[in-house]
Ligand binder design. Structure first.
Ligand code: GUN
Ligand code: FE
Length: 431
């Protein structure tokens, strides 16, 4: 490559750089430089090496540069329901609020209106990558996919499958559901570099064994990942036992149909997992999406995140809109830390509370791993970044870790002044 072309592919960003290579501690470089080549992080340094001296530097001054946020679990069609029906538990909430709202996405005009807002909100909150449940409707799902591509965000988007135990307005015929899923996969699997389809059986109670079996085969055939829900609520867990007495546990139902790590898999919630299920998740490298707002709102319980981390299970954070009412991942980080303290007390101080670096890790690199090298500024990582302006807060002489902690607890989208996904600066979407 000639010198000019090479130099054009290099970008240097200057600011106070903070990220988590590992959960235990922050990596910080005050007044640091992030060198990005071909959209990939080359290095983070405190002095620019000679070989880069001809490259201009984008200087963010006293601002903080952090990795973009990763939301491992949200339901786009539930966005209009955020903040509604949260005095119910999971199963009545699904019947009374969620299914009726999701049924509306048969209308692509309605879907376009809501999904444009959802994508704008993701952008606004600094969520650079998200793993999303759409609804059962393939046209609306495709529409959401295209809006995410247009916005320049990174995502997995699933057409939901559900063929039993749900109301007529939303239940699918098994064969039609499989046909629609196949069409969606065929037309989207190679459509975009950063937005991809994902197999999405809603959860065991609403999916027949027949549909689960075929979806497992399709994940293999198209080489696509899988997402679902696992052991969120006590009533749900009991129901799965009644529906599938032939299976040793809830996870085993997914596992026996090749929907549990045979391809990369995310299971949301995982509050009531047995030890066997935790070990199976670790062995099959299944990700747990921890969704603390949702778990509090729907009286589901508190996931023992510390136990999952100790056992070596991959964990990321999810907003779980609209079981969760807030899309902001820093808010999810804060509440994850807070409820882990209650878990600590509840377990006679056995499961230690999550630290700030741990919750930050979960909301960046922990979930980012599902996308590959995402969520950190180590060499070889895609440059997903946010520039944070915290000048509106009071308090001087803080360390960089303290400034980041304050942003996590007090900040919001007004503090996010720039967003990058895979090296590209992403502007506010306009559809
Ligand atoms: N389990 C099955 N469907 C859902 C859903 O939409 N939200 C949550 N939180 N749990 C579920
Ligand atoms: Fe969910």
């Amino acid at each position: 490559m000639n010198q000019k072309l090479k130099e054009d592919s290099i970008k240097i960003y200057k600011g106070h750089v903070i990220f988590t290579e590992s959960p235990e501690r922050f990596n910080t470089v005050e007044n640091g430089f992030i060198i990005v080549e071909n959209n990939i992080v080359k290095k983070v340094v405190s002095k620019i090496p000679d070989e880069y001296k001809n490259i201009s530097v984008k200087d963010f001054g006293n601002r903080i540069i952090i990795p973009g946020f990763v939301d491992l679990h949200l339901h786009a069609p539930q966005f209009p329901n955020a903040g509604l029906g949260l005095d119910k538990e999971l199963l009545p909430w699904l019947e009374e609020y969620t299914f009726p709202e999701e049924a509306k996405y048969k209308d692509t005009g309605y879907a376009k209106k809501v999904y444009s807002r959802v994508v704008e909100e993701l952008w606004k909150n600094g969520t650079t990558r998200a793993v999303i449940f759409a609804s059962v409707h393939k046209e609306a799902t495709a529409l959401l996919f295209d809006l995410l591509v247009k916005a320049g965000l990174g995502a997995y988007v699933g057409k939901v499958n559900m063929d039993r135990n749900c109301p007529d307005i939303i239940i699918e015929d098994t064969q039609q559901s499989l046909k629609d899923t196949r069409e969606y996969l065929e037309t989207h699997v190679n459509k975009s570099e950063h937005v991809k389809p994902i197999i999405t059986p809603r959860f065991v109670p609403t999916c027949s064994a027949g549909i689960l079996e075929e979806l497992g085969k399709m994940a293999n055939e198209f080489d696509v990942p899988i997402q679902s829900h696992l052991s969120e609520n006590m009533g749900e867990v009991e129901w799965v036992k009644e529906l599938h007495p032939e299976h040793g546990n809830y996870a085993d139902v997914y596992d026996c149909y090749s929907l549990f790590g045979q391809k990369p898999t995310i299971m949301a919630h995982c509050i009531y997992n047995t030890e066997e299920e935790v070990i199976l998740m670790r062995n099959n490298e299944v990700y747990a999406a921890h969704c603390p707002y949702s778990n509090l709102n729907l009286s589901s319980g508190i996931m023992p995140v510390r136990h999952f981390l100790d056992k070596g299970v991959n964990v990321g954070l999810g907003s779980d809109i609209s079981g969760g009412h807030k899309m902001s991942i820093p808010s999810v980080m804060a509440i994850a830390a807070q409820i882990s303290k209650i878990k600590w007390l509840e377990t006679n101080k056995e499961l230690a509370p999550l630290t700030t670096s741990e919750v930050f890790y979960l909301g960046t690199k922990g979930g980012g791993k599902f996308f590959g090298k995402v969520g950190s500024f180590e060499e070889g990582y895609e440059f997903d970044a946010l520039v944070i302006d915290d000048s509106s807060f009071l308090g001087d002489n803080l360390t960089l870790e303290e400034r980041l902690q304050r942003f996590i607890y007090l900040g919001d989208d007004r503090n996010i002044v720039e967003r990058y996904v895979a090296g590209n600066r992403i502007e506010k979407p306009s559809f």
